[in-house]
Design a binder for this molecule. Structure first.
Ligand code: 5GP
Length: 352
């Protein structure tokens, strides 16, 4: 269904090179594109091969791209683990194939198995990123700011960048106040460092999907609630949130219109050079116990960044390489400024 002006745009969620595609009827007629490119659909008359061109490309000639359905199907066939669980699971002891189904995956929001929700499909399309229909969006004066989600591997400098941004304009940027079940310390106030709640209430809130993420530390729960994001946005501030990338898909709603920034490490050589005297807080739960970076920390950071990129890269709106902190910060600042003034592509579903 084309948008108002009769034009339909999609964001490519995978890289495509027609020269590598054995199925395309004519390689020369294919259109190559990269993950994140915006394409204009010129024709969907054929069920298998759509005609498209790069957005803004003055050349009117369209090229062939695999249709969404075709691409989903062939990707799903290559990855049997994303095929749906048969609705009637047979009692027969599982074959190797069946064991590869991820039986316990639940959709957080509906708390139903995602596979059961999609009875007619043979695969869960959320796991087969192909294309997403998008539309230009620009924030209106009276509208809330968009939620900005920062993701990146441990040690990449995400917290430092976040802190710099916050202190650069405390009126404009805000962060969420987490919930915890641990007792309040004497110098703390409720609602400032944390919102202090009982274990019972925390568990009820978890049941009711009130948290974006939560964890346990020394027998207490800690978590970030959806309402804590709302309260930052309601103060007319830009809400900065750093979460694991797998939580992003639950935040991708009309209400939050999240803009996702991936903070990426530079090459391992540059990590060694730039982080020589720096310290790493190796995990959230290490209570700020900073230790000098080791070679393993660098390797872990690179590996973790690669995994994040390959699994969630289609959800990233912007990637910033944190080689030199000052440069990365200035790029981040420019990105934020543009976010408020420029037009960006967002999923069509956010505007209805
Ligand atoms: P403390 O009790 O000393 O304030 O914090 C204990 C640990 O809980 C810290 O390492 C802190 O980073 C972690 N923590 C604080 N807020 C959150 C949160 O919202 N989610 C999770 N998963 N951990 C948190």
């Amino acid at each position: 269904t084309p948008s108002k002006e009769g034009k339909m745009f999609i964001k490519a969620l995978f890289d495509y090179d027609p020269n590598e595609d054995k199925a395309i009827p004519c390689k020369e007629a294919g259109l190559s594109f990269k993950k994140g490119d915006i394409l204009q659909i010129m024709s969907q008359d054929d069920a298998t091969w759509w005609q498209a061109k790069h957005e803004g490309d003055a050349n009117p000639r369209a090229g062939l791209i695999p249709s969404k359905h075709f691409q989903e199907r062939r990707l799903a066939l290559r990855r049997p683990e994303i095929l749906v669980r048969p609705l009637k699971v047979s009692n027969r002891k599982s074959s190797g194939f069946r064991r590869s189904f991820r039986l316990s995956r639940k959709d957080k929001k509906t708390n139903k198995s995602m596979y059961e929700c999609k009875k007619s499909d043979q695969y869960d399309t959320a796991d087969v990123p192909t294309y997403e229909e998008v539309t230009p969006y620009r924030r209106q004066m009276n509208e809330n700011y968009r939620l900005v989600v920062l993701v990146g591997p441990v040690g990449v400098g995400l917290n430092e960048l976040k802190r710099k941004l916050l202190i650069s304009d405390t009126q404009h940027y805000g962060v969420t106040v987490p919930h915890t079940t641990r007792p309040r310390r004497s110098q703390e106030s409720d609602g400032v460092e944390y919102v202090f709640i009982s274990k019972h209430l925390f568990e009820t809130d978890v049941q009711n999907n009130k948290f974006i993420e939560y964890g346990e530390y020394k027998n207490n729960y800690y978590g970030t609630s959806i309402d804590s994001v709302r309260s930052v946005l309601a103060k007319n501030k830009v809400c900065l949130l750093d979460v694991q990338p797998h939580t992003v898909k639950h935040l991708r709603t009309l209400e939050f219109k999240p803009y996702v920034i991936f903070i990426k490490p530079p090459s391992i050589e540059r990590l060694r050079e730039t982080r020589k005297n720096a310290k790493i807080i190796s995990s959230r739960d290490d209570q700020g116990a900073a230790k000098p970076f080791t070679e393993e920390d660098f390797q872990e950071m690179i590996k973790s960044a690669q995994i994040m990129e390959s699994q969630y890269g289609h959800l990233f709106d912007k990637t910033i390489v944190n080689d030199d902190l000052t440069m990365a910060f200035s790029e981040l600042k420019t990105t934020f400024d543009k976010l408020e003034t420029d037009t960006h592509w967002v999923p069509v579903s956010w505007l209805h």
